[in-house]
Design a protein around this ligand. Structure first.
Ligand code: EPZ
Length: 418
């Protein structure tokens, strides 16, 4: 099992490069199934989840190649509407291909997404929104079989602003003749980026970033040959801000859409971190003496659930008692038992993490139970006295491009042992 080994105590100082967003690349790649041609996803991060999505395109008949300036994908020869189980099980986002398959073939057969440590990962909202578009579905042997022969445009309402279900609703309705309205749609920046990409391919999607999307369907299989640069990863940016705050360091990074990271920045400022902006550059100055905080993670534009774990690590060394609640993935606290091994004082009370700050954490052997928990353990290890070993570290490289070298460049004593 791969592990990351780090010695805490060094301040993170310097400039860090934020990669294009994993959670923007994945829906964009999935949407390509409804299009015919070639895209260069510029600077696409070389991370496992993006590779899995590219491999799904390949197993459907398309092709992909990482080149020096990004990931080139071609969907001209996609002939198959049943995705390979083995590959799909590697990433929850594999379920994002349903909308594109239905747009192209009026059929889709996709494995049930694997569960993971942040929850069971149900698909009822996906199934329900497809049903509202006239798509039948049934679950047989761990696969979901969708029949879109009678799919039609119209008004659909999501019972909850699920990001993935919004992706599937967009990827189908953008290619259904007539006008569709999607109510209670997810408003995440990555959804906006998907809409911007599809509009660049000739689609007609309006209202992106709001909970009401209006879509005029165009014919599927538009010929495309384009290049696209996805938005920068707001969760990666937030993760480096947390890691710098945890070490009393100061870092700078370029980020164009500050509003995408504003809730994290506001919370860090509450805690006692100084954050300045200079045009599209963000500068963070931390020192010791961080103060406790209350945090509620919820759907965008609220504080993001994917940053909740890293703030648990931060709370472990903030003076006072921090209360952390996650209204998106209510069980996303498996991390806490690992932080407790490092000397953190955390109780889970009525679904909230009650974190009492200590002066310093201590290095320990810990296990990365999910992607963001892994990043949170790195955050904790950077502060801890002595050596921390993070097992199952391949979980982290799924979502953070070149994280070891980026942290080494900032002064961290860190390495990965295969
Ligand atoms: C996306 O997951 C992201 N993944 C997640 O990031 C992110 O945490 C999540 O959105 C919320 O922002 C990608 O974009 C690849 P949801 P998704 O459907 O689409 C429940 C990371 O670390 N739900 O918005 O799977 C679900 O259980 C990952 O980068 C249903 O009940 O999230 C959860 O409680 C982790 N039924 C809530 O909704 C459904 O049919 C939000 O899920 C679908 C979801």
């Amino acid at each position: 099992m791969q592990k990351i080994v780090l010695e805490g105590g060094n301040k993170l100082i310097g400039e860090v490069n934020v990669s294009p967003a994993k959670n923007a690349c994945l829906p964009i790649i999935a949407s390509l199934i409804a299009l015919d041609g070639e895209i260069l996803l510029k600077n696409a991060p070389k991370i496992a989840d993006v590779l899995v999505m590219a491999q799904i395109i390949e197993c459907l008949g398309g092709s992909y190649k990482y080149c020096e300036n990004g990931l080139r994908l071609n969907t001209q020869n996609i002939k198959v509407y049943e995705a390979d189980c083995f590959i799909c099980k590697k990433a929850r986002a594999s379920f994002f291909i349903v909308g594109g398959l239905l747009a192209r073939f009026k059929k889709a057969v996709v494995p049930l997404p694997g569960g993971c440590n942040i929850g069971t990962r149900p698909i009822d909202i996906h199934i329900n929104v497809m049903k509202q578009f006239g798509v039948q579905s049934e679950i047989i042997d761990d696969k979901v079989i969708f029949n879109g022969e009678n799919a039609r445009s119209g008004k659909v309402v999501l019972s909850y602003p699920s990001v993935g279900a919004t992706v599937n609703a967009i990827c189908l309705s953008a290619f259904l003749k007539g006008e569709s309205i999607i109510l209670n749609a997810a408003r995440e920046p990555e959804i906006v980026d998907l809409c911007n990409f599809l509009n660049g391919c000739g689609c007609k999607i309006m209202g992106e970033g709001t909970s009401c999307l209006r879509i005029i369907g165009i014919r599927a299989l538009q010929k495309i040959k384009i290049e696209y640069l996805p938005i920068k990863d707001r969760i990666e940016a937030g993760s480096y801000m947390c890691m710098a705050a945890m070490t009393g360091g100061n870092i700078a990074f370029k980020y164009d859409n500050f509003e995408y990271i504003s809730k994290m920045a506001e919370k860090l400022i509450d805690i006692g971190v100084e954050i300045k902006r200079n045009k599209n550059e963000v500068l963070l100055f931390a020192n010791s003496g961080l103060k406790a905080f209350n945090l509620v993670a919820d759907v965008y534009p609220a504080f993001p659930t994917d940053m909740q774990s890293l703030f648990c690590s931060l709370g472990a060394v903030c003076k006072g008692v921090s209360i952390i609640e996650d209204r998106v993935f209510v069980n996303r606290f498996d991390l806490c038992k690992e932080l407790i091994k490092m000397g953190a004082k955390i109780e889970i009370e009525k679904g909230k993490a009650v974190v009492t700050g200590v002066n310093k954490l201590k290095g320990a052997k810990v296990f990365a139970c999910d992607l963001r928990a892994g990043a949170a353990l790195i955050t904790a290890g950077l502060n801890a006295e002595g050596r921390t070993e993070i097992y199952n570290s391949e979980m982290i490289s799924r979502g953070y491009e070149d994280i070891i070298n980026k942290l080494k460049k900032l002064g961290a004593k860190i390495k990965e042992e295969i």
